[in-house]
Ligand binder design. Sequence first.
Ligand code: AMP
Ligand code: TRP
Length: 326
Amino acid sequence: MRVLSGIQPTGEMHIGNYLGAAKQWVEIQEKHESLFMVADLHALTVSQNPKNLRKAILNKVIELLSVGLTPEKCTIFIQSHVKEHAELAWIFNTITPLADLQRMTQYKEKSKKHKKNINAGLLTYPVLMAADILLYQTDIVPVGKDQQQHVELTRDIARRFNLNFGTAFKIPKTILAKSGAKIMSLQDPKKKMSKSDNPKTYIGLFEEPKMIRKKIMAAVTDRGKQIIYNPQKKPGISNLLTIYSLFSGKTIKSLEKDFQHEKGYAGFKKSLAELLISSLEPLRRKRKELLKREVYVREVLKQGKKKAELIAKSTTQDVKEKMGLI
Ligand code: AMP
Ligand code: TRP
């Protein structure tokens, strides 16, 4: 089985991204042939400051390496380094109905949010994503729910091409992040933890211990004093229990028992803060080390490009021949 996923080089990763996505990628690389890509071309669909973007791309690679992806076990590369992505996207543009793109939820949402910059790339974004996936004859695409519609469109494009020109593509499947891994905001536990929110609402993956303590102690909790899991009545404490459970590997039931004699939330919160600090310490250390090893990081990307290109070129060659390009 071959797995591919991508992440945009924007925003800093938080524990929600980690528990909902990145941690799974680290497990996947052990089991399947995997490719992970930084989607820099996708990031261009909203306006970017070139200086910041340049930094953000390398930073994202460093973050991926810090959470545990390793070039010995998977292929890590930058989308724009493999020209075939843009080339195949163009070809797919010519077989994708405009109406299919216009009904994509993300397109509708982003055109509302970026009214001054509704560029053609915002519309054809899923066509590029289809190229990302299909170039590599991907079997499985691990993504969040918001990207599922784009993978569905990818399947349509693959089927249409195969039908019209002969079979060139595998039909990929989505796997969604495990349920129960939805981490909520620390300030409003009815809302998803999100990197576009106020920094008080999330714990960054590479945050300093002092900040982690401060944010956890300030996390909104509920009335009453008991540490019990009840997302309806006690969304704040339930979210903290979920985080505790996922980082410690203990069940929520056993955590409720461990903390049943607490006379308030403070002791539980202190314990959670220390757990987060010690769990994230190796990631923080790895990142600090990698920030000083740009030559190594660039070498990882060079090797990644080489491996990815080999597959991408062979698919593109086949596609061009099937379409009648000489
Ligand atoms: P995003 O930050 O929206 O680009 O999402 C990157 C990945 O992290 C996607 O697979 C999302 O499903 C996942 N993710 C984002 N926020 C959360 C959250 N609060 N809880 C769990 N998973 C999340
Ligand atoms: N569009 C995805 C997101 O914003 C990132 C992405 C780009 C991707 N290309 C991909 C994900 C290919 C999976 C497969 O989250």
